[in-house]
Design a protein around this ligand. Structure first.
Ligand SMILES: [Zn+2]
Length: 414
């Protein structure tokens, strides 16, 4: 099919949505989940869906959908992402995936294209995590429970239930958003890469094959706080030195137990009591470990534990850790990866098969249905900031790849 997306409409939609929740002081967008700005964004999206002559709906998790009905009742194809943002966000992130999905369905509708499978645009609620993250996609996959809906709060102690009630919405209705896997043939998402790889390698699009899994730990090393002048070096139980030893071992552990897709970060450290003239008695730090293989993640976990215990023994420290989160890696569906690669070649796009180092709604959806992801380059690898940007030509390339892929996926015989 020779149809193409209209880049001018994508531009207009991105720039319009960028005004919703934008603060003039720092030019950042503040459209965190279920704030007034987020609800305004959802309303704007619903209007666009209606104006495009698609069937608009909102489910119990306040996910916004727009349907291009299929001619058969074969399982449908979902395309989307999220329009909520982190505080002080840029204009693209999940918003781009939603706007591109809208433009694809709008273009197909205008061209009189009749899909066999229903094509559904979906904008998931709270992907970014004001209330934990991936709320809308977890709701669709039936992963929420009544207790968490009653008790979940944001960082400031605002209850999810009360925030939803403020907009006339019952939190427990999110349970009704669950769908059966048999109703969905595939979920496909376009997203900015949020890393430097495509930009550095000058590729227009990336085809994601695996989405990284991760675990995070809160680690504590406990020694003894003592006077920095009167305590001889060999008589110290210096908790910070334990952390320093550990940090040094990370490259070795990754080399021995990790893969080239492994990442480990100590992003947050607290040294106590935190005085210039006191030997640190306690350090608390975060450990963020990622890989696209569950087996590798397990091996890394074991190796980090072993290294920490050895260091604690050597330095006379106590070592404790608590796992704070765990997200399973998800492989994109082979046939969809192949389809995306083929379509990219046919469109003459310079493309790269690559992993996703960030978590996305596709990861949650991938636990239930076949998923695929398209990446477009992030300028200088920047994201979650007003500096986040992607060249319009790359956005157009990614959108046309999405359009052709949807045409293929919408055939019920595929
Ligand atoms: Zn996102």
């Amino acid at each position: 099919m020779e149809i193409r997306v209209d880049l001018e409409r994508i531009k207009r939609d991105i720039l319009t949505l960028a005004k919703i929740g934008r603060r003039e002081s720092d030019r950042g967008i503040y459209r965190m989940a279920f704030t007034d700005a987020d609800i305004q964004g959802k309303q704007w999206l619903t209007q666009q869906i209606e104006q495009a002559d698609l069937v608009a709906s909102t489910d119990g998790a306040m996910n916004i959908s727009g349907e291009l009905p299929g001619t058969s009742d074969a399982p449908r194809v979902l395309v989307g992402s999220h329009i909520d943002t982190v505080p002080c966000a840029g204009a693209l992130d999940g918003t781009l995936g939603v706007v591109v999905g809208l433009e694809c369905l709008r273009t197909l509708r205008e061209n009189g294209f009749q899909p066999e499978r229903t094509l559904e645009l979906i904008a998931f609620s709270d992907e970014e995590g004001r209330f934990g993250g991936m709320f809308g996609s977890q709701a669709v996959c039936g992963q929420l429970n009544p207790q968490s809906l009653e008790t979940t709060t944001d960082m400031n102690g605002v209850l999810l239930r009360e925030e939803l009630a403020r907009h006339g919405h019952d939190a427990l209705a999110a349970l009704d958003a669950a769908r059966v896997p048999e109703s969905i043939a595939a979920y496909i998402e376009l997203h900015i890469e949020q890393g430097p790889v495509l930009d550095r390698t000058k590729k227009a699009v990336g085809v994601v094959d695996e989405i990284t899994g991760l675990f995070t730990w809160a680690v504590t090393l406990r020694g003894e706080a003592n006077h920095a002048g009167t305590t001889p070096m060999e008589m110290r139980n210096d908790a910070f030195m334990g952390l320093a030893d550990f940090a040094h071992e990370i490259p070795r552990i990754l080399e021995e137990n990790g893969s080239e897709r492994s990442r480990t970060t100590i992003g947050k450290v607290q040294i106590l009591p935190g005085a210039t003239n006191t030997v640190p008695g306690l350090v608390e730090f975060s450990l963020d470990v990622r890989d696209t293989s569950e087996v590798v993640l397990e091996e890394l976990g074991a190796a980090f534990r072993k290294a920490l215990s050895a260091i604690a023994r050597r330095r006379n420290l106590m070592f404790e850790f608590a796992q704070k989160s765990y997200l399973r890696p998800v492989a994109c569906h082979d046939a969809i990866v192949q389809l995306l690669m083929n379509q990219a070649s046919e469109l003459g796009l310079d493309h790269l098969r690559m992993p996703s180092g960030a978590a996305h709604d596709a990861q949650i959806m991938g636990s239930m249905v076949p998923v695929g992801m398209i990446f477009v380059p992030s300028k200088n690898g920047q994201s979650h900031s007003p500096a986040e940007w992607t060249a319009w030509s790359d956005i157009e390339a990614g959108a046309n790849l999405m359009l052709q892929t949807l045409v293929q996926l919408s055939s019920a015989t595929n």
